[in-house]
Design a protein around this ligand. Structure first.
Ligand code: CU
Length: 311
C-alpha cells in the first residue's frame, strides 16, 4: 500500500526536509510565542506593577531579534533552494514523455503514436515530462514524487524525476479547471525496465479495441468525459439515441428544432458553438477542427448511426 509518506522519487527527500524544517520552526515558535505571551500577561500585570515604567531601546535585544530570524529564514531558503534547484536541471539522458492536459483528463504520449491514459515509467530511470495543455490552465501533481508544475496553454513547462520506488501512485490536477476538475485523475506506475519496455512495445494507439472504429475515435478524443452513452446528462447531451433524434438548438438569437443528421453532427463537432443544444452551455465543447479529419468524422457519424440501428 502506498502512503502519503512514500518518498517515491529522487527529489522527494529534499522537499520533505524543507517541509519538516519549516514545520518544526513554526511549531517551536507557536509554542514559544504563546508561552511568552502568557508569561508577560501574568508577570507584567497591573496587580504586580502598581507604578508603570517607561522603556526605551535595548540594543542587544533588537540585534538578537533581527539576526536570529534572519538566520532562520536563510536556513529555510537554503533547504528550499537545495530541493528546488535540481528540479529545474533536467539530466541529459532523461526519457521524454509528453503530458497532455485537457478538460478533464490526462494523456501520456510516448512518441510514435503511443499514447496512454496512465503514466508508466521505468524504475530508477530519469524521466522528463513535457507539459502541454490543450485548453485551460491545469497543474500536474504527483504527491509521492513531490513534483508539481502548472500546465499552461502556449507555454512549454516541464518537470523531471527519477522514480526510486516501484508501485502505483496518484496523479492529480491541482489547478481548478472547470466542472469536472476533480475527475482529472490518473496513475503513475513504476515498473522494472524490462517490464516497461514490454509495456511500451505492446501499447497500441487505441488501447482496448472497441466494436466500432468510430467509437475508437470518440474514446481517443475523450468525448466521453462530457457525453454519456447511457442517457444521463454529464456536461453535454448524452450520445444515447443521438442519430436521427429531434433536438431544439439555440443559434444566434433564435431557437429551432433540428434533426440530428450527418451534417448537423459534423457541424456540432467542428463548430460546436454555432448551434447550442437547448439547456446546455456554450463554450464548453471546443472545436475539433484540427484534431479530427474528415474521414474520422464520417466514422464517428457512422458509429452514431449504427448505435441507433442496433436498438
Ligand atoms: Cu485540470
Amino acid at each position: 500500500m502506498e502512503t502519503l509518506f512514500n518518498e517515491g522519487s529522487n527529489l522527494a527527500g529534499a522537499v520533505d526536509r524543507a517541509f519538516i524544517f519549516i514545520f518544526a520552526i513554526s511549531f517551536i515558535f507557536t509554542i514559544g510565542i504563546t508561552a511568552l505571551m502568557i508569561y508577560i500577561l501574568i508577570h507584567f500585570s497591573r496587580k504586580r506593577n502598581k507604578n508603570p515604567q517607561q522603556f526605551s531601546h535595548n540594543t542587544k535585544l533588537e540585534v538578537a531579534w533581527t539576526i536570529i530570524p534572519l538566520i532562520i529564514v536563510m536556513m529555510m531558503f537554503y533547504y528550499g533552494w537545495v530541493g528546488f534547484a535540481p528540479m529545474r536541471k533536467v539530466p541529459a539522458n532523461a526519457m521524454p514523455v509528453t503530458v497532455i492536459g485537457k478538460m478533464w483528463s490526462w494523456e501520456f504520449d510516448y512518441g510514435n503514436g503511443k499514447v496512454s491514459k496512465e503514466l508508466v515509467v521505468p524504475f530508477n530511470r530519469n524521466v522528463k515530462l513535457n507539459l502541454v495543455s490543450l485548453d485551460v490552465n491545469h497543474s500536474l501533481f504527483i504527491p509521492a514524487f513531490r513534483v508539481k508544475e502548472d500546465v499552461i496553454p502556449g507555454y512549454n513547462n516541464y518537470l523531471w524525476f527519477r522514480p526510486i520506488m516501484k508501485g502505483t501512485f496518484d496523479i492529480y490536477c491541482t489547478e481548478y479547471c472547470g466542472l469536472a476538475h476533480s475527475n482529472m485523475l490518473a496513475k503513475a506506475i513504476v515498473v522494472d525496465s524490462l517490464e516497461f519496455n514490454k509495456w511500451l512495445a505492446d501499447l497500441k494507439v487505441a488501447d482496448n479495441l472497441p466494436d466500432h472504429p468510430g467509437l475508437a475515435i470518440v474514446k481517443a478524443n475523450a468525448c466521453l468525459t462530457c457525453h454519456s452513452m447511457d442517457g444521463s446528462k454529464i456536461i453535454g447531451p448524452s450520445f444515447k439515441g443521438l442519430y436521427g433524434r429531434k433536438t431544439v438548438v439555440v443559434a444566434g438569437t433564435g431557437e429551432k428544432e433540428i434533426e440530428e443528421n450527418d451534417e448537423y453532427i459534423k457541424r456540432s463537432i467542428i463548430d460546436p458553438n454555432i448551434e447550442i443544444v437547448k439547456g446546455f452551455n456554450q463554450g464548453l465543447m471546443l472545436s475539433y477542427k484540427d484534431k479530427i479529419s474528415a474521414e474520422e468524422l464520417d466514422k464517428i457519424v457512422d458509429y452514431f448511426k449504427s448505435a441507433v440501428e442496433k436498438k
